[in-house]
Design a protein around this ligand. Sequence first.
Ligand SMILES: [Mg+2]
Ligand SMILES: [Zn+2]
Length: 185
Amino acid sequence: MTTKQVAVFLDRDGTIIEDVHYPKDPNQIVLIPHAVEGLKLMREKGYLIFVISNQSGVGRGIISDEEFKSVHEKFCQLIKAAQVEVEGFGYCLHHPDDRCFCRKPQIELIPKTFNGQPILWSESFTVGDKLSDLELADNIGAQGCLVLSGKGRKTQQDLLNAKRSHQYPIFSDLLSMAKSLPVQA
Ligand SMILES: [Mg+2]
Ligand SMILES: [Zn+2]
């Protein structure tokens, strides 16, 4: 049996949790209002969920490996407590100067398959508060969606200035983004 698999590739900071700029203290980790309802609705509509996050604070030496891990664990606790399941996490821990291939908008962290079946990138979505989250979508042939949480309003203004705002649908939060998604079979 083959089922068509599509995904939402979500940014973490400023999209699911409040943006605190180089998060290193688990006590700073707070869910954005309606984020978990959005995640649940995505699942109900038949999407796989992956969280893909640039954490250059590690590569910059601002966040220690231990701090990174404890923030990730706190994040997992919060979404688990809200009974949200996530298929996977991908983190780029490099410094932007490292010339890695996993820092968004590069695509190395984006899974091509899940449970041995391909993920149809062309019918998948990315969502985030920064241009790199949107350009990630362009780089995998998916649809990028902007949320206005986190740095989203600044990104919206940058897109307007660059006359690129028509390229990406804009949503107040993850729940309204999830409401707009087509239901998958
Ligand atoms: Mg972000
Ligand atoms: Zn990287």
